[in-house]
Design a protein around this ligand. Sequence first.
Ligand code: AFP
Length: 301
Amino acid sequence: MKLDEFLRLNAPDDLAALTSAIAAASLGVWESVPFKSGLLSETNPSGETQKAIDVFSNDLFVDALTSTGLVAEVASEEMEEPVVSKGSVSVAMDPLDGSSNVETNNPLGSIFGFYTRKLPASGRALAGALYVTYGTMVTLTFSFGKGVHRFVAVRDGSAMSFQLLGVNLKIPEKPEVYGFGGARADWIPPVSAFWHSLEPRGLRNRYCGTFVGDYNQVLARGGIFSYPALTKKPRGKLRVLYECAPMAYINEQAGGYASDGSGNILDIEPAGLAETAPLYIGSAGLVRELEGSISSKQRAP
Ligand code: AFP
């Protein structure tokens, strides 16, 4: 089944149109990566050096989304302020996650949250979320609250189209893989102790340095991904609005759980657009075990 047919039958009209627009633009991002990988002098609101590909991807998605006439605003990790438009859906995005991995050809991603309220808003205001994985294949993984579904880009005559790859994806019961970001020496002690306990339990360390690529394998094989609280950065690195909440939404729809170490990521009310949170996401049992360990250490006198 092709994407537009599936969306017509299974998505609200506005989110269906936005998903189609993102799908088309994602192919433009994918094709441009080899040509747009230089460095620009600008930095993004979090002070990270922006690559041409970050700016190019951001502008491509902003144009694709605003041209539908359906978005009230588009907020992006790469922009100080949202682009305001005349529709009703508030979109928050990380247009190119993992761009520091372009030269090594690691997986890259794009993450989108479809919020029903003005931004910043908590994950409870999400009506849907989507991530693109630029890897061996280009895939769209999304949910509008009725399961997680996946499409893959395929050659379709002289063009490309997205074909159905799977419906109602669920995180496997038996966790197999784990990946933790940041430097191990900087992790808070409960994270370090938990990390060391995983390999003896038979899990395998799989970390590629791109949140979307690292999460994608957790969704497929079960396990946990984390960009944890660090001793010098207790609020971690990943942004609530653009990264943590949309991925937590999809993860929960797939039967998983995502925590900031004290509670559900989706309950965080971010005070600002670029607010970050520690992220522990994946198989519910593992994440809740680590959340309990962190909380008990924080309660200890
Ligand atoms: P870039 O988009 O700057 O490459 O950062 C990617 C990212 O935000 C996220 O995708 C990774 O999980 C995390 O950074 C990796 O951070 P470390 O390089 O500090 O492990």
